[in-house]
Design a protein around this ligand. Structure first.
Ligand SMILES: [Zn+2]
Length: 61
């Protein structure tokens, strides 16, 4: 998966707040994402996030 800051990603599992949409805040080996439901920020290894992500909604397309 290719992540770009500002992308909205959708994960297989819902967050504890019930949302499954996240905003990409920072990219690299570790990706920082923010839950759209509760605004909680999470740092995750890219490989780990790849396994959880269903799709990326590229904001430029
Ligand atoms: Zn949440």
């Amino acid at each position: 998966m290719k992540y770009t800051v500002g992308d909205i990603i959708v994960t297989k599992k819902n967050h504890i707040c019930g949302s499954n949409e996240w905003i990409v805040l920072r990219t690299g080996i570790e990706i920082k994402i923010q839950c759209k439901g509760c605004q909680r920020e999470v740092m995750m290894l890219k490989a780990e996030l790849d396994r959880k992500t269903v799709k990326i909604n590229d904001q430029t397309s």
